[in-house]
Design a protein around this ligand. Sequence first.
Ligand code: PGA
Length: 307
Amino acid sequence: MHRHTTFRQLEIFEAIARLGSFTRASEELFLTQPTVSMQIKKLSEAVGVPLYEQLGKKILLTPDGQELAQAAREIFDILNRYTMSVAERRGLKQGQLRLMAITTASYFAPRLLGEFAKLYPGIEASLRVTNKEQVLASMADNLDDLYFVGQPPEDIDVVATPIMDNPIIVLAAPDHPLAGKKAIPLSRIVQEPWLMREKGSGTRNAIERMFNAYDINIHPRLELGSNEAVKQAILAGLGISAMSRHALALNPPDQFAELDVEGFPILRHWYAVYPAGRQLSVVARAFLDHLLKRNEAPPAPPDRDMP
Ligand code: PGA
């Protein structure tokens, strides 16, 4: 049988077996009925045993026919898997990866991308660092593959995967009088001049929620538009602040004092997010898998720190 059977014949036979009708099989495969009949006739001759019986318009498979239909499905499954893995390897050799990171995620996102680019040097990657509004706009327009954010948006349907812890710690200049003190109460820390990120910052939201939860109002002495500006202001003696520990990645360990304050660190997560309707590219999927593997942390529920 093998020398005479073609994939085309098996494909037609599988469709007839599944749909129970020559007419429907010919429609599905965009073939004429005579072509379908002719191919099935040839197949039956090559196999040498009856494959089906015709009862009016209905086609009933014989046991031999059922076995052949099953064999055909297995062959197509194997071929599909093969085609997919070839496409996957090709995609990972030369695909594109477009990432967007919200401000503070810029402290770790390039490092993650760097690790991945070493594994797959052929990939063309881009990383845009921007603010929350632009992240939301890009998500709505389906422009980037993955987004690094500190809080998954609630008004867009997204798939959010926690990829890393994001502790928010209280920072002061190293010679600050509270440096080294244990369990400083929130009511005490709020008396310090606070330096705050701009409105809309995820870090700021998290800090304000923490104080609100204790019914304490916090009045920033100064608002600054970036973590770097906040750090400079702390060192200039203008006040204290709180921010992601990741924002200190490149600072010498003793440049700032981390204050031991009640309720801190605020335990948040970084998420890799994409719109729920989007089919991730092979490259984006591989990148997400890479992030999960390096983290190996149990998935955490989404943080609910939107105001
Ligand atoms: P941000 O960081 O404070 O720069 O907005 C994002 C977040 O922590 O949610």
